[in-house]
Design a protein around this ligand. Structure first.
Ligand SMILES: [Zn+2]
Length: 443
């Protein structure tokens, strides 16, 4: 039974039983026509890739109702009620909305035209299939208004989740931090905070949470004991902890031990094999020649991440873009791809984050991140899709609501004209984008 009364959770439960059953007959639509609303959109006949990594479901029927997925069925033979918005998508593919787990939208909101350019970027993102993003530090004062405008549909874009940045005092000479906290002494902002072992970490986390941030980004110049305190306090408040893979002096394994949820930038994992240093300015210049990815220290680290469920925000496309920035560039890219391959093989969950901007009118870079995960790091197209959907949702902590196409989840759904499992670059063949069940672009 798929056409139950609106809004009843029993609809979904029953429909799950329908899923995967071929040759359905009888009276599935016992309540067909009853209380049927025009706000139900039904996608019929496509191949469903639900973001969980299992085999695709052919000839799927997906009902979106009041912003959520209310039913999923396969090989449905029963006729549809007349007053439902049925859209045949035979020959197409259905995937969850994509999530870029590493963007920077508000590094300098005081810059001229910031709001207009940011709105253009957000629109390009959602038109390009990105329905949620994780912002990895900027001026948190800029976000509540942006998030509010998105929620009111005044502007078009993905859901934006943002962070407050914590680091040691030495980091606060960085010009990006100064730009992102104009009017406040560097290191004193609630969203860009210098901490030492003497700091009141509980107070700092409370103030960071009050900015509306979903997580704390820990950047540099933080010791392992301080990180452990930050992490414990953040989790006590229900915030995520998002750390650079090495934060100098704390090593990657110490960040994992401290319970951080996500490590960013696969290249920085190399510092696990090097002598401890607090020179964070060298973070992109690790010993890529001397520490092979199969070094015992690296294998132990990856196994520890897999065991504790620490996600890896690889940012491989960024390493590709930076390949000419310094002499280490080519080797850094190669090493990063190899360590992501090893991490994936050892059971570490890979997350698609780009650390790159979306140009107005251009495809969002998360498509390129998925492609490089497949082409250079050996992920399957399915694994790359999961990295940009379920795993990215897990990184933000929103996996109970989005990231997969399952009954009860928000209806963030893309219709693709070509098979992304045949070629991951087919995620660019977007024909329709639904955000919470509302069509944002139509064929
Ligand atoms: Zn970043």
């Amino acid at each position: 039974m798929i056409w139950g009364p609106r809004g009843g959770s029993a609809v979904g439960v029953l429909a799950v039983a329908v899923l995967g059953t071929a040759g359905l007959g009888g009276s599935l639509f016992g309540l067909a026509g009853a209380n049927v609303s025009q706000d139900r959109v039904v996608l019929v006949g496509g191949t469903l890739i639900d973001g969980r990594g299992g085999p695709p479901i052919e000839n799927a029927t997906i009902v979106m109702e009041e912003g959520r997925i209310s039913s999923i069925a396969a090989n449905l033979t029963e006729p549809f009620p007349e007053d439902v918005d049925v859209r045949s998508i035979a020959g197409k593919w259905i995937v969850p909305g994509l999530i870029d787990a590493h963007v920077h939208l508000a590094t300098n909101p005081a810059a001229p035209e910031w709001r207009r350019r940011t709105e253009a970027q957000l629109e390009a993102m959602v038109r390009g299939g990105v329905t949620s993003v994780r912002d990895m530090a900027g001026d948190a004062r800029a976000f509540p208004d942006l998030v509010d405008a998105l929620a009111r549909n005044e502007i078009m874009g993905p859901d934006v989740y943002y962070s407050a940045l914590f680091a040691g005092p030495d980091f606060f000479d960085d010009p990006r931090v100064k730009q992102a906290s104009i009017g406040v002494e560097p290191g004193d902002a609630h969203w860009a905070r210098a901490l030492t072992m003497e700091s009141a970490v509980d107070e700092a986390v409370r103030q960071a949470a009050a900015t509306g941030a979903t997580g704390l980004k820990v950047y540099a110049a933080v010791s392992a004991p301080l990180l452990a305190r930050i992490s414990a306090e953040a989790h006590r408040r229900g915030m995520k902890v998002w750390s650079h893979a090495t934060i100098f002096p704390a090593k990657p394994s110490e960040a994992v031990d401290a319970g951080v949820d996500v490590l960013s930038h696969a290249a920085y994992l190399v510092w696990e094999g090097s002598p401890r240093t607090d020179d964070f300015t060298r973070r992109a210049l690790g010993d890529f020649e001397g520490i092979p990815v199969d070094h015992p220290d690296m294998s132990a680290l990856l196994d520890q991440m897999a065991r504790l469920g620490t996600l890896l925000d690889a940012t491989l496309l960024l390493m590709d873009r930076l390949v000419d920035r310094d002499d280490a560039g080519p080797r850094r890219l190669e090493w990063s791809a190899d360590v992501v391959r090893a991490a994936n093989q050892r059971g570490v969950r890979i997350v698609a984050g780009t650390d790159l901007a979306t140009g107005s009118g251009r495809a969002p870079p998360v498509h390129g991140e998925m492609a490089i995960l497949v082409e250079r790091a050996g992920l399957s197209p399915m694994e790359a899709l999961v990295a940009a959907t379920r795993n990215a949702a897990a990184a933000i902590g929103i996996e109970s609501r989005v990231g997969t196409i399952e009954v009860g989840k928000e209806a963030d759904v893309l219709i693709l004209g070509r098979d992304p499992l045949a070629d991951i670059r087919n995620t660019l063949a977007i024909e329709q984008v639904f955000k919470r069940g509302v069509a944002l672009i139509e064929p």
